[in-house]
Each structure stands twice: as structure tokens, then as C-alpha cells.
Design a binder for this molecule. Structure first.
Ligand code: SAM
Length: 309
């Protein structure tokens, strides 16, 4: 009698042939491939506990493209014609939660401790550069712009730029619209809300156009060369590092530290820290703020357009 094949033990990976022929195993294999692709494309570390979330989000993309299953979706992403889907793929696997004046302590301290120096800097004709890196739909940069414009009503006439960048082009689009939902507007402290939130002609809410001259928007992967030369007076990269593999977090913070102007600030999220490499070049100021001491070298960051292949 022919021996009957036993089902694979749940914790053991099934042999490749069995995995490919069994639909559930094929799906599980596809999720692993897609998680590996997220790591490869954007440094995102997706733990197996998050695979059900990954599966639910990507199944929506797979169906939108009319593909039969996630294995076909993974294969599609790997083909040249699937490149256009990579933005939507990363958009689906990342979390875009943000809010105006989120984690307000850092904004309070920015306004009272760093901004007075930046005002003096700008008024003496020097550049001021702020960066919200992984800034979702622009709420962080727009909050900074509200603080800057309130403290310095003529800021638009000075050399001050606040960059917001995100890997997801849909986020860049939303940021550029200066749109604000009623719920998001409610989170803006009243004096800023009264001054900067306006009803648009279609009845929706928009931030005041007075903020626009200060803002720059770009779609950018933080693991790529910087989108703008810097150096930066403050980099806000909050609630982004937690999604990255540890070595990517370390490398990124070392690059942030190098790109800060002496005296500049790195602001991270409440569960994030710069790691050992960057910590040596930065001084903790509490509240997840690190400053770059005077006298520590700043590496001029090369803009994307100067990147050699
Ligand atoms: C949870 S949101 C944080 C938004 C904002 N910094 C805050 O704290 O409110 C994380 C953002 O990081 C972006 N992101 C993830 N990986 C990225 C990468 N490799 N490069 C740039 N942005 C990335 C996501 O698209 C998402 O909008």
C-alpha cells in the first residue's frame, strides 16, 4: 500500500512544491514575499503578527487590479509593468495616522526654545530649514508653519522653508491641498484654528493659503538621498522609525544627525530613540528631542538630482 503523505506540521515550512499547490500555503508564501518586498523597498519591518493586516489591505489592492490572488499580486509587483503599483503597495502597508499639534510638548518647546533663535537667524538674512520626514498628509509641517507665521508674520518674505516628505504620493497630494477635516480642525488649538482654518468654496475646510509660501512638499523614501540639501535647523521624524528594521533606524538617525546644523533639533516619536551611532553626535534634551552640539560637523546633504547612479 502506498504511504499517505502527512500534512505538514503547522510550524514547519512546507516543501516548496506542496506550498505552491496548496492555496492556503500559496497565500501564506505570498504574504511572506510581500513583507520581504516592503523591507526591500522601504525598510519596513513587518512582523508575522501583522500578516493578517497585511493580507486584508493587500487583498483590496489585488482585487482592484483584477488579479486572482495575492501570489499573482506579488508576481505583478516584481514585473516591470508592476512598478506603477509600488506606490499604492507601500501606501497600503504603511500607517498614515497623524494630527495637527500631535505630541504637543515638542511643539511647545520648539516655539519657546528653538524658534526665537531661528527668528534671529532668518532676520539676519540666513536660511532656516525645517523638515517633517515621513510627515503623512503634512499635519506636522503645517503645524510648524502655523507656529512660525504666528511668531513671525513676515516669515514668507524671509528664507524659511518647511519641507514635508512622505513615501506615499497620495499623502503628498493631500498635503499640497492644505485640506483639513472637521475632526482634524478640532484638534488645532483655538487661536491657531481661528487664524488658519478657512471654509473653502465647496464647503470643506482648508488651511489658510498664507502658510503655502513656507511649505514644500515632496514624495521621498527616507532611505534614499535627501530630497533637499539642508543643513536642517530641525528634523521632525516622529512615529516613522518604529516601522523600520533596527539597522535602518540606526543608519537613518546617523544621517539625520549629520544633516543637522549645530544647535539643530531631531524630534522623534514617543517610542523612538536615535540608537547608539547617532546618540554619540546628539545630546538628549528630554521629551524625545535631541540637539546637535555646537562644534559637531555637519555633512552637506546631496540633493536627489546630484545622486550618481
Ligand atoms: C504614522 S505616520 C507618522 C506621521 C507623522 N510623522 C506624525 O507623527 O504624525 C508614518 C508615515 O511614515 C511614512 N513612511 C513610511 N515609510 C517611509 C519611508 N521609507 N520613507 C518616507 N516615509 C515613510 C508613511 O507613509 C506614513 O505616512
Amino acid at each position: 500500500m502506498k504511504a499517505q503523505a502527512l500534512p505538514p506540521f503547522p510550524d514547519c515550512p512546507a516543501p516548496a512544491a506542496a506550498r505552491a499547490s496548496n492555496p492556503a500555503a500559496r497565500e501564506a508564501q505570498a504574504i511572506e514575499r510581500l513583507a520581504a518586498l516592503a523591507l526591500d523597498l522601504a525598510g519596513l519591518a513587518i512582523r508575522p503578527a501583522k500578516y493578517p493586516m497585511l493580507q486584508a489591505r493587500l487583498t483590496r489592492r489585488q482585487r482592484a487590479l483584477g488579479l486572482p490572488d495575492l501570489a499573482s499580486y506579488a508576481a505583478h509587483l516584481g514585473r516591470p509593468e508592476g512598478r506603477a503599483e509600488q506606490g499604492a503597495f507601500l501606501g497600503a502597508v504603511t500607517t498614515h495616522v497623524s494630527a495637527f499639534f500631535r505630541e504637543p510638548r515638542q511643539f511647545d518647546r520648539f516655539g519657546s526654545e528653538l524658534l526665537p533663535h531661528l527668528i534671529r537667524r532668518a532676520r539676519s538674512g540666513r536660511k532656516v530649514r525645517l523638515w517633517s520626514a515621513g510627515g503623512a498628509a503634512g499635519q506636522e509641517a503645517q503645524t510648524l508653519a502655523m507656529l512660525v507665521l504666528t511668531a513671525m508674520p513676515d516669515a514668507a518674505t524671509l528664507d524659511i522653508r518647511i519641507l514635508t516628505s512622505d513615501i506615499d504620493p497620495a499623502m503628498t497630494g493631500l498635503a499640497q491641498e492644505l485640506s483639513v477635516t472637521p475632526a482634524a480642525a478640532a484638534a488645532i488649538p483655538p487661536p491657531y484654528r481661528q487664524r488658519f482654518v478657512r471654509p473653502a468654496t465647496d464647503g470643506s475646510l482648508r488651511l489658510s493659503e498664507s502658510l503655502r509660501p513656507l511649505l514644500q512638499f515632496t514624495t521621498h523614501d527616507l532611505h534614499a538621498p535627501w530630497p533637499t540639501p539642508g543643513p536642517f535647523d530641525a528634523i521632525f521624524c516622529r512615529n516613522v522609525l518604529i516601522y523600520f528594521a533596527l539597522d535602518h533606524q540606526e543608519r537613518l538617525c546617523t544621517r539625520f544627525a549629520a544633516a543637522l546644523r549645530p544647535g539643530g533639533w531631531l524630534c522623534l516619536g514617543h517610542a523612538e530613540a536615535p540608537g547608539t551611532g547617532a546618540s554619540a553626535a546628539l545630546t538628549s534634551q528630554g521629551d524625545r528631542i535631541w540637539s546637535k552640539p555646537e562644534g559637531v560637523a555637519t555633512t552637506p546633504a546631496r540633493p536627489i538630482w546630484e545622486r550618481s547612479a
